[in-house]
Design a protein around this ligand. Sequence first.
Ligand code: AKG
Ligand code: FE2
Length: 289
Amino acid sequence: MGFAADGIEISKPLLSATELEHLNLEIDDLAQFVTLNGHFGRTYVNDRHSTLAFPALIKSVNLFALLSRSIDFMKQAIPDFEAQQYVVTDVDFWFDEKCDDYLFWHRDCDKEGAIIRCFICVQGGEEDSGKFRYMRGSHKINDHDYRLSDEQVAKLTPAIVDCNDAAGALIFCDVKGYHSRFPITNGIRRTIYFQLHSKTRTTTDDITASRILLPSSSITPDVLKNLDYFLFPQEGLLHSAGWEHSSRQTAKMPEKLLDLSKLENRRGWLRTILSRGKSALLRRLRRPA
Ligand SMILES: O=C(O)CCC(=O)C(=O)O
Ligand SMILES: [Fe+2]
């Protein structure tokens, strides 16, 4: 199975059985953590789906190093990966509880190669616990809607691939392709989730809608090697302030940010500082102790 032809690919496990065990133990603990203000460990999207509030704080596995290894894998597997200038737009950890519903077959984008989603199963993900499903080659279909009709599903059934035995492996797919998952009737599902947007195939607004907390304790040489994948488009620096350009913002821009927007020509300067910092850090980290 190959990404270019099929829209989906699965790597060999990137996490060992021991790493999965340690990660699950840590998550058991983190997911329970409650502060006086309410539930701090998880953010509930609905009663069956929640996300870890601060996935970046996971210690048993460096999620960013794992992401960097995932990027290395995709560079090899996806012929135009570097040309499409992907940028990381999500690093998340999902909890899915019992759910008898069969997620309907859908796509999340109508431009090929624009958005890549990556899933690493930490728990569950089997046939009775939310195994991911994808229709091979359906990222090439241009005339179907967001959601497939029953007739369309029947026609495309031979193309369905089920992501079997995926614990610790990287499942990555083009979300223009149709996908679904099995219901969760037994146990739960825990998934590490990464998303990348192509800078050439999506807009700056799409990309800067998301932010990622990257703690300094996660910055290893492995992470720095792929730091470019965390750099937003230049014009995104102001977009990500969330005021001037976002159509979703209705609030008035505060004076301070208005001043900032006058400094647009300084953005190139900021970028230089960032990349200088990167080479200095790399040099330091590579120096023998
Ligand atoms: O829960 C899943 O595995 C599928 C979620 C989904 O549709 C998506 O990530 O776009
Ligand atoms: Fe989806």
